[in-house]
Design a protein around this ligand. Structure first.
Ligand code: 2P0
Length: 323
C-alpha cells in the first residue's frame, strides 16, 4: 500500500470558463485562461488498500458521506479503469485556504486528487494526462496542474480538452488581492449556474464570441507584461460572465450588497492613479489585480473600507508537486 501526496494550488480565471458542452466528459463550451496562485493550495494523500470495501474520503479530517464524495469516487473510478487497480482507496485532503476565505477549493482539490490517485495506482502520467484527469472532477482543476498563466483548450473530445502552460515562471511583478465579502458557500453552484446560463441566456452565443476575442487579445498582453490591457480585458470578461447570470431565466446574481461598493472602491483607486482591476467568480468576493508597486496602496484602501482580515494577498504560484 503506497501512499502518495500531491500538492496543487488554486487558480483565478482571467478569461472565464462558464458553460459545459458535455456534462459527462466535462468538456467546456469555450477555452479559458487563468493565473495559478501561491497562497491557496490543497494537499491530498491517496493510498489503495485491499482491506477497504468502499472508498474512504476525508477533507480537513472530516469523513465525507458517500453522497458528498461522488465526484471524488468518479475520479478514482477513472484511475482504476486506466491502471487496472481494483482496490478501494483512502483519500485524505487538506485545504490550505485561509479560514473563511470564501475562495473555491475545487480547482486545487481535484488537481491534487488526480495527481495523487494516478501515482498511487502506479500510473506514470504526464502533466497533460493529469490535466485531462483533473477535468473529470472539476473544470477549473484542469488548469491547476500547471503554474503561472495557463490556458485550458476547450478541445472537442476527452483527449483534446487539456490545459497548456502559457508562462509557468512568472517574473512579472503583479499580485492578486482577494477581498472576502462573504465566506459562505454559494447558494447556486457553479455547475448549476453555468448550465442555466448556457440553456436560458439569450446572450450565450455572444459570450462565446467575447471569450474568443479576449483570449486572442490577453495572451500577447500577458507575454508583453502589458498591465493595462490585461487588466481591462480580465475586468470586462468577468462582468460579461456575470451578465449571463442576470440574463438567465430565472435571473440570479452572485453579487451581494457589498459587491457593488467594492467595485466602486476599485474604480476610485484607479481614478486616483492606482492602476488596479477586479474580477469575480461564482460568488460576491472580489479579486483585485494590481502591480507589486501599488500593493500597499491597494491593500490599505481595501482594509480601511472593509477590514484587514478580509484582505488576502496572493502572487503567481506553481503547478502540481509531489511531496
Ligand atoms: C473559472 N469558475 O473559469 C470559472 C469562473 C467560476 C467562475 O470554474 O462544474 O468548480 O466543477 O466544472 O470548475 C468554478 O466552477 O465547476 C469555475 P465544475 P468549477 O474558474
Amino acid at each position: 500500500m503506497t501512499a502518495v501526496t500531491a500538492r496543487a494550488h488554486t487558480n483565478i480565471a482571467l478569461v472565464k470558463y462558464w458553460g459545459k458542452a458535455d456534462t459527462e466528459l466535462m468538456l467546456p463550451q469555450t477555452s479559458s485562461l487563468s493565473l495559478t496562485l501561491d497562497q491557496f493550495y490543497t494537499d491530498t494523500t491517496v493510498s489503495f488498500d485491499d482491506s477497504l470495501t468502499s472508498d474512504d474520503v476525508a477533507i480537513n479530517d472530516q469523513r465525507l458521506a458517500p453522497a458528498a464524495s461522488v465526484k471524488v469516487r468518479h475520479v478514482l473510478d477513472l484511475v482504476r479503469q486506466q491502471s487496472g487497480e481494483t482496490r478501494f482507496a483512502h483519500v485524505a485532503s487538506m485545504n490550505h485556504v485561509p479560514t473563511s476565505a470564501g475562495l473555491a477549493s475545487s480547482a486545487s482539490a481535484f488537481a491534487a486528487l488526480a495527481g495523487a490517485a494516478s501515482r498511487a495506482a502506479g500510473l506514470n502520467q504526464s502533466r497533460t494526462e493529469l490535466s485531462r484527469l483533473a477535468r473529470r472532477g472539476s473544470g477549473s482543476a484542469t488548469r491547476s496542474i500547471f503554474g503561472g498563466f495557463v490556458k485550458w483548450q476547450a478541445g472537442t473530445d476527452d483527449a483534446s480538452s487539456v490545459a497548456v502552460p502559457i508562462q509557468e515562471d512568472v517574473t512579472w511583478p503583479i499580485a492578486m488581492v482577494a477581498l472576502v465579502l462573504d465566506p459562505h458557500h454559494k447558494k447556486i453552484s457553479s455547475t448549476q449556474g453555468m448550465q442555466s446560463s448556457v440553456t436560458t441566456s439569450p446572450y450565450y452565443p455572444a459570450w462565446k464570441q467575447v471569450v474568443a476575442e479576449d483570449l486572442a487579445a490577453i495572451t500577447p498582453a500577458i507575454l508583453a507584461q502589458d498591465f493595462t490591457t490585461t487588466g481591462e480585458i480580465l475586468e470586462a470578461n468577468a462582468m460579461r460572465m456575470h451578465a449571463l447570470t442576470l440574463s438567465a431565466n430565472p435571473p440570479y446574481s452572485y453579487f451581494n450588497g457589498e459587491t457593488l461598493a467594492a467595485i466602486a472602491t476599485v474604480q476610485a483607486l484607479r481614478a486616483s492613479g492606482i492602476a488596479c482591476y477586479y474580477t469575480l467568480d461564482a460568488g460576491p468576493n472580489l479579486k483585485v489585480f494590481c502591480q507589486e508597486k501599488d500593493l500597499g496602496a491597494v491593500t490599505t484602501r481595501l482594509a480601511s473600507q472593509f477590514s484587514a482580515d478580509q484582505v488576502i494577498v496572493a502572487h503567481p504560484g506553481p503547478g502540481i508537486t509531489f511531496l
